[in-house]
Design a protein around this ligand. Structure first.
Ligand code: M6R
Length: 366
């Protein structure tokens, strides 16, 4: 059932070209210039006219929500808030009729998310579920939704469910933007093609991981890691840090790269590995100077960089390459080496990567 892989986590990382394809199948059609999602099509007015969209989730799914904020605000010009379900449910949030709540959950059973949604629904919010487990509690409670179609995820660390969530959320953003007229035809077409190319590019990353395994060996005894990224790569930095904590029990923090100088830079010494998610995008020049700031303090830089880039690899101690892509789709690629890095560090430390201590696959207690 592990399909010849040593662990579910590795299998599920390798499932991603196929699971992302399964998520796009029957929905994305670049030749026709269309995205078909019944849950969105049937409620297009509620989504286009939303005054506000609130993402509600926990853990990795919360990171997907953060990316949706960047996508929806950029492409659709609708204000988005991203809420931890556990905070949202207890702090008497303002919910107005006409607000759209997007619930993101792999299992569809997370107690904090479920109760937060029940409360919001009572107050008249429209709930859109982005869920992996078909027929789960959150799927049933939602007014509409879109399944991620990632297939069963057994490893406690979420991997393919995350990229499925991203694929659904970016399709939603593109659909809403197109219907609202906030994206021009050319950019829309370009992004459909870019999204279509993602599964193939993920396969390329997975082809040879020997370099990532060597990096894992080299850094497995570090006690702390910092993960930095800007823009679309900031939520990826958070997700990379969470994966490392869960799988290797190494303390890790994710930060927006520019925020580092407001505190975390004090941690940097010649032992601290700093993972930069530094693919080619509009922040590239800025992130180059952030890398310089870390190198000037003798930090060890591990970079996720775009193939063909020479500047970041020239500065970093170690590099994990991803294929070139429009920055909008970059997270679907840049997260893959980070999943692999945490997997191989966990393995190098002899840990149970499928069932890390103290964690459960679905958190059904509050
Ligand atoms: O099933 P859900 O997506 O609602 O779960 C939310 C979190 O519990 C989950 O993402 C958790 O953070 C994972 N262990 C992350 O790898």
């Amino acid at each position: 059932e592990k399909g010849g892989y040593d662990h579910f986590m590795l299998k599920e990382i390798y499932d991603q070209p196929q699971s992302i394809l399964d998520c796009l199948r029957g929905r994305l059609n670049p030749a026709a210039g269309t995205i078909t999602m019944n849950g969105v099509d049937n409620h297009l007015n509620a989504l286009i006219n939303a005054q506000r969209i609130v993402m509600v989730a926990c853990g990795t799914s919360w990171h997907a929500g953060l990316l949706a904020e960047y996508w929806i605000e950029d492409l659709c010009r609708i204000p988005v808030e991203v809420e931890y379900a556990s905070e949202f449910r207890y702090r008497n949030p303002v919910i107005n009729r006409g607000d759209v709540i997007v619930a993101i959950s792999q299992s569809g059973e997370t107690a904090d998310t479920l109760v937060a949604l029940e409360n919001a629904k009572e107050k008249g919010a429209f709930i859109f579920g982005v869920v992996n487990a078909v027929g789960s509690s959150i799927a049933r409670l939602s007014n509409a939704g879109a399944y991620t179609h990632a297939g069963p995820e057994i490893g406690v660390a979420s991997t393919k469910a995350f990229t499925g969530q991203l694929a659904v959320l970016v399709m939603m953003a593109l659909k809403i933007a197109y219907a609202k007229g906030t994206i021009d035809e050319k950019k829309y077409q370009h992004l459909l093609t870019e999204l279509h190319d993602v599964p193939e590019k993920v396969s390329q990353i997975l082809k040879d991981t020997s370099n990532i395994q060597a990096i894992a060996e080299k850094y497995k005894d570090a006690t702390d890691f910092l993960y930095l990224g800007r823009g679309y790569n900031f939520p990826v930095a958070l997700e990379g840090a969470l994966k490392l904590k869960e799988i290797s029990y190494i303390h890790a923090e994710g930060y927006p790269a520019a925020e580092m100088k407001h505190g975390p830079i004090a941690l940097v010494d010649d032992k601290l590995p700093v993972v930069f998610v530094a693919t080619k995008d509009k922040y590239y020049e800025k992130i180059v100077s952030n890398v310089q700031e870390i190198k000037a303090r003798k930090g060890k830089v591990i970079a996720v960089a775009t193939e063909g880039d020479e500047i970041i690899p020239g500065m970093a101690d170690d590099v994990m390459f991803v294929p070139d892509a429009d920055e909008t789709m970059a997270p679907l690629l840049s997260v893959i080496p980070l999943q692999l890095l945490s997997y191989y560090i966990g393995i190098a430390k002899g840990l149970d990567v499928d069932k890390p201590r103290n964690l459960a696959k679905s958190v059904t207690v509050e």
